[in-house]
Design a protein around this ligand. Structure first.
Ligand code: UDX
Length: 439
């Protein structure tokens, strides 16, 4: 079995490397010459734990290859994955499918023999049909099938998610393609991974429904957290108390500064637009989008309030800039709202992130990047935890206290225990852990 992976972004590169780890011959294709050159030298374009070793081992074993030549990659492939970007289109919030369709055109010219073309990028319902139309128009007699196979991996734990998924979803009504896809995912049968075979449209819908549901779950607990603060309840116990109900489930009930990243913001918006166009509005998701946007903006106000109502001339030490730990991804990160708002309010912002500072420097102005947590908070009027990297979870509190000019800690990821922080003399604020009464 030969696989060609078009696009070496997060999904493409991780999926390609993981398929090769399963023993499949994989060629990853990207137009970006320097990216491919760097990959050939073992330099990863993204930070993802374990990816460099996985790539190196499989390149050495002769199973993983890189090229800028799409035709060469596709010619011998039995399965061609389209894993190119689908960013939000400017102006209307729709997914921009121009890269997907351009890839389809090129694949059509290059494919040889029965080929299964798989959309792995998150694409709106109906995209598979359009990809098929494009290829059929170019190659009326070719034998091929267009399949939907969405990817559910999370950044930061992408390899584990790919190797041990909760499920694999495959959308096709073509029996030959179904057999090829079954074969490709055979290694997962060993660990009894459920494989959901369905139609292409349903498969495309599953991906959006999953991501929008999870975004709604996070937004729900965030609003419950705000209410907990007002009524003196603890959102962590609420999350545990409801999450133990199997119908609700305990995951994705951690409150925070609002979801970010490459998927949830883009996919919620895209599904809202699709729904509006079909005159079947998703009012819950429309609200989720609006609530999450305003939440990210409101985080700066929380910090300002914790600093006594003004940050003018004050120094704020921010720990974490990436949208989540174990990634250098800054896309739609809450820090992109928080930092400019603090700078605009006259704060002197210092920040540190273990991996995302290079990316952050391209997107944020007016702040000072530091080398580590303690350098960031030295002499600061407040310490703010914006991303829950492990190295911020067990900071020596005595040292933190000594470093800060005033003992204000704003923990937007609820990493620390309110009681312990108070006992250590901090003015500590977090999310949704109300202290009224405290009984
Ligand atoms: C997500 C989906 O989980 C994944 O299945 C899909 O393929 C891509 O989108 P990812 O964006 O990598 O993955 O990260 P995820 O861990 O899901 O977190 C997304 C955002 O939600 C982050 O900003 C995170 O901080 C936030 N989040 C997550 C919370 O605020 N609370 C939670 O309980 C969980």
């Amino acid at each position: 079995m030969h696989v060609a992976m078009i696009g070496t972004g997060y999904v493409g590169l991780v999926s390609g490397a993981c398929f090769s780890e399963f023993g499949t011959d994989v060629i990853c294709v990207d137009k970006d010459v320097s990216k491919i050159e760097r990959l050939e030298q073992g330099i990863m374009p993204i930070y993802e734990p374990g990816l460099d070793v996985l790539v190196e081992n499989n390149v050495k074993a002769g199973r993983l290859h890189f090229t800028t030549d799409l035709k060469k990659g596709v010619k011998d492939a039995d399965v061609v994955f389209i894993a190119v970007g689908t960013p939000t289109r400017r102006g209307d919030g729709h997914a921009d499918l121009s890269y997907v369709y351009a890839a389809a055109e090129e694949i059509a010219e290059a494919m040889d023999g029965f080929t299964v073309i798989v959309t792995k990028s998150t694409v709106p319902v109906g995209t598979g049909r359009e990809v098929e139309r494009i290829i059929r128009a170019k190659r009326p007699d070719a034998e091929f099938a267009v399949v939907s196979n969405p990817e559910f991996l999370r950044e930061g734990s992408a390899i584990g998610d790919f190797m041990r998924p909760d499920r694999v979803v495959i959308g096709t009504s073509n029996e030959r393609a179904r057999a090829v896809m079954s074969d490709l995912y055979r290694p997962l049968y060993l660990i009894e991974t459920p494989i959901v075979f369905t139609t292409r449209e349903t498969s495309e819908m599953i991906k959006y429904a999953a991501n929008t549901f999870l975004a709604a779950k996070i937004t729900f607990i965030n609003e419950i957290a705000d209410l907990c603060e007002k009524v003196g309840a603890d959102v962590h116990d609420v999350a545990r108390g409801i999450g133990l109900d199997g119908r609700i489930g305990k995951k994705f009930l951690h409150p925070g500064p609002g979801y970010g990243g490459s998927c949830f913001p883009k996919d919620t918006l895209a599904l809202v637009r699709t729904a509006q166009e079909h005159n079947s509005p998703l009012r819950i998701i429309e609200t989720v989008v609006a609530v999450n946007d305003s939440r990210k903006k409101a985080m700066a106000d929380r910090i300002i309030a914790a600093c006594g109502g003004s940050v003018e001339g004050k120094t704020i030490g921010i720990l974490g800039l990436a949208f989540k730990p174990n990634t250098d991804d800054m896309r739609d990160s809450p820090s992109l709202d928080v930092v400019p708002a603090l700078v605009a309010a006259g704060a002197n912002v210092r920040a540190y992130d273990p991996e995302a500072m290079e990316e952050a420097a391209k997107l944020l102005d007016g702040l000072t990047f530091c080398e580590g947590a303690f350098e960031t908070i030295e002499g600061a009027d407040a310490m703010v935890i914006l991303t829950e990297w492990n190295e911020f979870r067990g900071l020596n509190l005595k040292r933190v206290k000594a470093a800060l000019k005033s003992p204000v800690v704003v923990d937007l990821r609820n990493v620390y225990e309110p009681r312990e922080m108070k006992e250590n003399g901090f003015e500590y604020s977090c999310i949704g852990r109300g202290t009224i009464g405290g009984n």
